[in-house]
Ligand binder design. Structure first.
Ligand code: FAD
Length: 390
């Protein structure tokens, strides 16, 4: 079992209080109306330090460990997956800068991201290229004066792009590089927030989705949009692929925690409903099939939580944990889909109605097997470590 300190338990208590006060009363109403998370909620999250949890204190962060990050994520996602996922954006950009930025870049960006002054979004996926990260095509062409780049191409599924001040873009700076992943770089592309983007150089269109309604995901078109040279991560071209890979452990642990949070919410609601709903003269919680359904969900959920904490603990001990983070992400994603579906089943027909939140958890949980590396890719990564590494 993972070792949680008193500080971790106190963090859990305080986030749970925030979620009960600020998120739970809003989540269903907003999700059903397909409305985004209100900006005042995002501002409060920033004030509470959620965007800079793992950034060093001298760079404006809270200096907390990965376990704390997992706990905060789990609790926020228990309220609404979209809320637990807002901080993912700042975590991705921040961990890239922490791991690969120059000292000047750390000082320039991290405090402003931690405070919420700069909101960020991750623009990696393209219409023709998803899992095969090394094959990304969007071009960053150096300007003739050498002072920056102009971007040409498309990105897709860029979640929160409208509200972001900074797009963290994986771009091809050297089209001739072989192997091709050596031609990629990461650029911190600044823009004004807003649904209009900056036509014609930067255009965006929201993608309709079945869940994850509190943030919109965008297809983006770049046609000469500018980015100064000092926004090249690490001020080094050709390092983008490696820089991104170096942050995958954090991102996968955080996604596993999101899955645990959503499944936990579904289980809590199913337990309450099973005690209240009477069929054949007794609460359905007294029918053995329902009892075992709940017990099975709880068992899987706890296993996923422990895998997530195990990976977080390994990260905090400074160990390589790509395998553990892969186990946690892959198992957590599949657990959340199964558990939310079974919890919906406990509600019978009401589970299928918008009157109860369990359908939201089920719709939201389906995305875990897709983003932050699909399940198929996770199993490939795990198999590679187990079978191919000597
Ligand atoms: C709601 C949502 C939000 C997202 N937010 C973001 C975001 O903010 N930023 C961002 O950059 N991206 C984001 N994504 C994109 C997401 O990361 C990609 O969808 C994901 O990486 C998969 O890429 P793809 O959709 O192109 O699928 P593909 O890579 O085309 O895969 C299609 C299918 O083939 C399988 N497959 C592919 N290669 C292999 C292989 N080698 N072996 C076995 N099977 C394989 C996949 O597992 C999948 O089942 C988001 C996606 C969703 C749905």
């Amino acid at each position: 079992m993972a070792r949680l300190t008193d500080e971790h338990l106190e963090i859990r208590r305080s986030v749970r209080e925030f979620v009960a006060r600020e998120i739970e009363p809003l989540a269903d109403q907003l999700d059903n109306a397909e409305k985004e998370i209100p900006m005042p909620v995002i501002r409060k999250m920033a004030e509470l330090g959620y965007f800079g949890l793992i950034f060093p204190v001298d760079h404006g962060g809270m200096g907390l460990d990965t376990m704390s990050m997992a706990i905060v994520t789990e609790e926020l996602s228990r309220g609404w997956l979209s809320v637990g996922s807002v901080m993912t954006r700042m975590l991705i950009t921040g961990s890239l800068i922490m791991a690969s930025g120059t000292e000047e870049q750390k000082q320039r960006w991290l405090p402003r991201i931690a405070s919420g002054e700069l909101l960020t979004a991750a623009a990696f996926t393209e219409p023709d290229v998803g899992s095969d990260t090394a094959a990304m095509k969007l071009r960053a062409v150096k300007t003739p004066d050498g002072k920056g780049y102009e971007l040409f191409g498309e990105k897709t599924w860029c979640t929160f792009a409208n509200r972001a001040h900074v797009l963290t873009v994986l771009a091809r700076t050297n089209p001739g590089a072989q192997p091709k992943h050596k031609g990629l770089s990461i650029l911190l592309v600044e823009k004004e927030p807003g649904d209009e983007f900056h036509p014609p150089k930067l255009t965006g269109g929201a993608i309709p989705t079945i869940g994850y309604k509190g943030m919109k995901s965008y297809s983006l078109g770049f046609d000469g949009f500018a980015c100064p040279r000092e926004n090249l991560l690490g001020e080094q071209e050709g390092r983008g692929f490696y820089q991104l890979m170096a942050t995958y452990e954090y991102a996968r642990i955080q996604t596993a925690a999101r899955a645990v949070g959503v499944a936990q919410a579904a289980l809590e609601k199913a337990i309450r409903y099973a005690r209240e709903r009477v069929q054949f003269g007794k609460p359905i919680a007294e029918h053995q099939v329902i009892r075992h359904k709940i017990a099975h969900c709880a068992t899987e959920l706890e296993a996923a939580r422990q895998l997530c904490y195990y990976a977080a603990q390994a990260k905090d001990e400074g160990k390589r944990c790509d395998l553990e983070a892969g186990y946690a992400k892959a198992f957590g994603a599949e657990m959340a889909e199964r558990v939310t579906s079974e919890c919906l089943q406990v509600f019978g027909g009401y589970g299928y109605s918008r009157e109860y939140p369990v359908q939201r958890y089920w719709r939201d949980a389906r995305v875990f097997r897709i983003f932050e590396g699909t399940s198929e890719i996770q199993y490939e990564v795990i198999a590679k470590r187990l079978l191919d590494d000597k």
